[in-house]
Design a protein around this ligand. Structure first.
Ligand code: FMN
Length: 239
């Protein structure tokens, strides 16, 4: 069998085709990348929420925010909650753990020795009178390293004196709510703090009244106008 003679133009045609395919491939990859960036920044905000409507009785609510970023994503969610709660005539205090200098618990054993829960003199002195009035605690934190922010965790730790046998007073808290937001697109990223929250409630015999997790928010303002704000406001109204 004889092979047909080679077309002298053929190598150039092949190269041109290859270059065209490579160009098209790069364009497609670029468009895909841009589309991914756009959608991951805007449309992948997912909300998982659970809420048990309250009795309708007016109560004293303490909101603990966990971010140092003023009017950041968790702040906007917290304020939506406050708006709803105040509209329902609940009395609401807001403490920004991210903006109040507060030392970590030292486990020094000095709880109640000076007639107040803690011997450390810092902004916990401002927080504890509110804790001693609160019937519902609302924790609102950004997700930091798959956990609560250090600021809000510090405030939680400083509540330790209220679990001591020698306590002089207690917190009237019987119910709590949790709200968290983070950059991750996966709800499972919140599993760690959600489990810690569940165990804490079991230990303190507090009732879980609601949880709201918002994924896919990172940039400053990403939360603005999102439907999650309406969910947070509803949580406040039904607190
Ligand atoms: C120190 C630090 C750690 C973070 N860790 C995580 C994380 O583990 N997972 C995540 O999804 N987002 C993480 N983020 C992103 C924030 O959760 C996200 O930007 C959130 O929307 C910030 O809320 P804020 O505006 O209320 O501060 C982290 C941000 C910071 C500053």
């Amino acid at each position: 069998m004889t092979t047909p003679p080679e077309d002298p133009k053929e190598p150039h045609v092949k190269r041109r085709k290859l270059l065209t395919f490579a160009g098209l491939g790069s364009l497609l990859a670029l468009a895909g990348g841009l589309a991914y960036k756009h959608f991951s920044a805007t449309s992948q905000i997912k909300v998982e929420s659970f809420l048990t409507p309250g009795s309708g009785r007016k109560k004293n609510i303490l909101v603990l925010t966990g971010s140092g970023r003023r009017r950041g994503n968790s702040d906007l969610l917290a304020w939506a909650f406050v708006k709803g709660a105040r509209a329902a005539s609940h009395e609401v205090n807001v403490f920004h753990t991210g903006r109040e200098p507060m030392q970590a618990c030292m486990h020094c054993g000095g709880c109640w020795t000076h007639g107040k829960p803690c011997v450390i003199e810092d902004s916990f002195d401002k927080l504890f009178p509110w804790l001693e009035q609160a019937e519902l605690l609302f924790f609102c934190s950004p997700l930091y390293w798959y956990n609560f922010s250090g600021n809000i965790k510090c405030a939680m730790d400083r509540m330790y004196p209220y679990s001591q046998k020698n306590r002089l007073r207690d917190m009237p808290v019987s119910e709590t709510m949790l709200l968290m937001c983070g950059q991750s697109h996966f709800l499972r990223s919140f599993a760690g703090p959600a489990e810690a929250y569940r165990q804490m409630l079991g230990y303190k015999h507090w009732q879980d009244r609601g949880r709201l997790f918002v994924t896919g928010v990172d940039e400053y303002g990403a939360m603005a106008k999102d439907k999650a704000l309406a969910t947070a406001e509803e949580m406040g109204r039904l607190a």
